[in-house]
Design a protein around this ligand. Structure first.
Ligand code: ASP
Length: 459
């Protein structure tokens, strides 16, 4: 039996120009197990540049209004042909590419005018980029529309997709463009933006990969937001559960839906940088994986601003049967979800994202709460920021909570809310939004010393 393959997905910045393509080729050829590659569409080469996918959406938009889109399409054409030419691909290939681009342009116009959705147009960035990469590598090209299927409900038809993919790509090597597949009617359909991450995960699952590599422009996930803590260290190993907590609290790494296929199959994800391929990046593993034993006192710190707290006080609320249900039914009637519900004796708080309360919903909720539960007091506190300090070591190393609260107290940052989930993977604190950045820095410094040394977890 051959060794399990590695599936490598490359993001848009990793394939933004010919030079990046060469780096991708070198990475792929450096390990014979890298037998499946899932490319994104070319991304930005610099801050002022445009993503090909955005330009394709623009073309579709014009087409659907029956407006000319020659100029925008010319930019797309020049970008692809430029990459292929600079890579020195044979003239025959460039002719084929030019013909495909011309066909694509006609089809975008046809679909736009027919009032179709933008999926076909949007998907062409990956489809065409995949052709160029396949030509550069001399690998098989597998059109994602023939192997990734969406069901009638618009969700991935996992059974059909895995079976078809595995049978079609066999041992590889193959290029399978990211971001799209086809629906029950055979029409091209895309995932939501950033969806090549999802495609890569699906391919990894279908071929039972040993690891799903997700190559981007940063060497892994950082302990916290580098805009707040410049030079924040990279997380070496994070578990799927921790990743979920960090992403929920605002860290952005992978497309949300990308985690599920690989997680179900217990396949690790390795976030790597195309620009720094020697860096081991961040490994995301199941909790039971031997690598999960490696780690530090905390894994990461993430946070978000823009929360509102509704604080309800009522003597003896604990004795009132159905109290909580009545509170929550007010939220439900207003179509509002909540994030946390810390409670004390005679007090209950609802922590809600500001966006949920837009359009006068806050006043409506307060009125209804006063009416249905007759509280002693009800107060609203706005501008709350939530910070999650996440780590699988939390339950194993005593005194971490004390260190966190001590550090905040030392600089006079008031914690307005504390929530420790029963997973014991995190401690969430609420602070005034204007102290958010300070608080993240303080927590980081409390756990990571200047030399970057943190306490190691002991296996
Ligand atoms: N090219 C698509 C986007 O820009 C998908 C991806 O890059 O993952 O959203």
């Amino acid at each position: 039996m051959s060794t399990p393959p590695i599936v490598s997905k490359f993001g848009g910045s990793s394939l933004a120009d010919a030079n990046q393509f060469r780096k991708v080729r070198d990475i792929l050829l450096a390990d014979a197990n890298r037998r499946f590659v899932v490319p994104s569409a070319p991304g930005k080469r610099n801050d002022k540049d445009q993503k090909i996918t955005d330009l394709l959406f623009l073309c579709h938009e014009h087409a659907s209004r029956r407006l000319p889109f020659e100029e925008v399409f010319a930019i797309i054409h020049a970008r692809f042909v430029g990459i292929a030419t600079e890579l020195g691909l044979p003239a025959g290939f460039i002719d084929g590419l030019t013909a495909e681009l011309a066909k694509t342009k006609l089809e975008i116009a046809r679909q736009g005018e027919a009032g179709r959705k933008a999926d076909y147009a949007a998907s062409r960035g990956e489809a065409i980029n995949g052709r160029i990469l396949a030509a550069l590598l001399g690998w098989d090209y597998v059109d994602a529309a023939e192997v990734v299927f969406f069901g009638k409900d618009g969700r991935l038809d996992a059974g059909k997709t895995y079976a078809t993919l595995a049978a079609r790509v066999k041992n590889g090597p193959a290029v399978i463009p990211g971001f799209y597949g086809s629906d029950a009617e055979g029409q091209v359909r895309t995932f939501s933006r950033g969806g090549s991450d999802v495609s890569g995960s699906i391919v990894a699952r279908a071929v039972s990969a040993s690891v799903y590599e997700n190559w981007t422009d940063v060497p892994g996930m950082l302990i916290t937001n580098p805009k707040i803590v410049p030079g924040a260290f990279t997380i070496e190993v994070v578990t799927y559960q921790e990743l979920r907590e960090l992403s929920y609290s605002g860290a952005t790494v992978l497309h949300e839906d990308a985690v599920f296929p690989v997680r179900e199959a217990q396949i690790p994800v390795n976030i790597r940088s195309t620009n720094d391929p020697r860096h081991p990046g961040t490994l995301i593993v199941p909790r039971e994986h031997p690598q999960a034993k490696i780690g530090y006192n905390i894994t990461g710190i993430a946070g978000r601003k823009d929360f509102t707290v509704i604080q309800i006080e009522k003597a003896m609320m604990n004795a009132e049967v159905g109290f909580c249900r009545r509170v929550l039914s007010v939220l439900e009637e207003n179509g509002v979800s909540f994030e946390h519900m810390p409670s004390g004796i005679d007090t209950l708080s609802l922590v809600i994202q500001d966006s949920q309360l837009a359009g006068g919903k806050l006043d409506a909720i307060l009125d209804q709460l006063r009416h249905t539960i007759r509280p002693d007091t009800i107060e609203v506190r706005k501008n709350l920021a939530l910070i999650a300090t996440v780590g699988r070591g939390m339950s194993r190393i005593p005194g971490l909570a004390a260190r966190l609260f001590g550090a905040l107290a030392d600089v006079g940052i008031h914690t307005r809310m504390i929530d420790q989930g029963s997973s014991q993977l995190n401690i969430i604190v609420g602070v005034d939004a204007d102290r958010f950045e300070d608080a993240v820095r303080i927590i980081y410094n409390a756990f990571v010393s200047e030399s970057g040394r943190m306490e190691r977890l002991v296996a």
